[in-house]
Ligand binder design. Structure first.
Ligand code: URA
Length: 240
C-alpha cells in the first residue's frame, strides 16, 4: 500500500507538494470517488486512481520505445540541444525518465526510455550479451575482408578491442549497407568499427535490441509505451 500523494508524485509529473494540492482541491479520485486525504493508502495493484479525469498509470516503472529522429541528443537535459526526453508527448512523461543507452545525435531508430535503473543496467551490461542490431550505410562497398575483420573482433587505433561482431550485406543496397550485430555499446562503436576498416558511416539506424524490434508502424520521432512482454523480449534467448 502507498500514500496517495506519494503514489501520484512517483508516477506523474507532479511534485509531492503539487500532488497534495491537487488532492485537497478534489482533482483526484480513487475508484471513482473523490479523495481529499493525502495520506490515504492505495493499492497500486488494484486501485484505479485518476487525476483531473485522466487515469494515472499504476505501474511502478515505465518503458517507452522511441523511434529517435536525427538531431536530438540521448540525454535527460541539455543546455543547447533538444533531448530525447524533450520530444516525448506529455502523456508519456513522468519523473526520473532517462534513455537506456545512447544513440549519437545523428543516429536514428530504436531507443528505450525508462525510469528503471536496474533494467537499464541489465540491458546495457556487456556481460549480458544483449545483441543490438544496426543498419549502417557506408561510403563504399562491404567486402568479405571487412566481414571477417568484424568476426575476429575489431581493434580501434587506441588499442581498444571489440568483441566479435556480425556484418551482413543488405540485399539490393549495392553492397553499401550492412546489418551490424554487436553485444556491447562502446562510444561511437559502429562508426569506429567501420573507420578501423577504412570506411565512414553515412547513415545509421538501430533496429533491434535483443528480440525487441523497432515497430515499423511507429513514425520517426514518435514514441509508444512498451508492455512487460515487449521488455521480456529483450532478454529472450539470452543465456547470460
Ligand atoms: N554506434 C555508433 O557509432 N553510434 C551510435 O549511435 C550507436 C552505435
Amino acid at each position: 500500500m502507498e500514500r496517495l500523494d506519494k503514489f501520484l508524485s512517483a508516477r506523474g509529473t507532479l511534485s509531492r507538494k503539487e500532488a497534495q494540492k491537487s488532492i485537497k482541491s478534489g482533482e483526484v479520485t480513487v475508484n471513482g470517488e473523490v479523495c481529499r486525504t493525502a495520506d490515504f493508502k492505495v493499492d497500486p495493484e488494484t486501485d484505479a486512481v485518476s487525476l483531473r479525469g485522466q487515469a494515472v498509470c499504476a505501474d511502478e516503472h515505465v518503458y517507452i520505445m522511441l523511434n529517435k529522429p536525427p538531431g536530438v541528443v540521448s540525454a535527460t537535459e541539455d543546455k543547447r540541444e533538444r533531448t530525447v526526453i524533450d520530444i516525448l508527448p506529455p502523456e508519456l512523461r513522468r519523473k526520473g525518465l532517462f534513455p537506456a543507452g545512447r544513440l549519437d545525435k545523428d543516429t536514428e531508430g530504436l531507443l528505450i526510455i525508462t525510469d528503471d535503473g536496474d533494467f537499464a543496467h541489465r540491458m546495457l551490461s556487456p556481460g549480458k550479451h544483449v545483441e543490438k542490431r544496426y543498419i549502417a550505410q557506408i561510403d563504399g562497398e562491404i567486402t568479405d575482408e571487412m566481414i571477417t575483420a568484424f568476426e575476429n573482433g575489431i581493434i580501434f587505433a587506441d588499442g581498444t578491442e571489440c568483441m566479435p561482431a556480425k556484418l551482413e550485406i543488405i540485399p539490393n543496397s549495392g553492397g553499401m549497407s550492412g546489418l551490424v550485430t554487436i553485444c556491447e555499446g562502446k562510444y561511437h562503436q559502429v562508426k569506429k568499427m567501420f573507420s578501423a576498416v577504412g570506411h565512414k558511416v553515412v547513415h545509421l539506424q538501430r533496429i533491434s535490441i535483443g528480440n525487441l524490434y523497432l515497430d515499423s508502424n511507429l513514425p520517426i520521432g514518435y514514441a509508444k509505451k512498451l508492455t512487460k512482454l515487449d521488455i521480456d523480449a529483450i532478454f529472450v534467448g539470452n543465456i547470460h
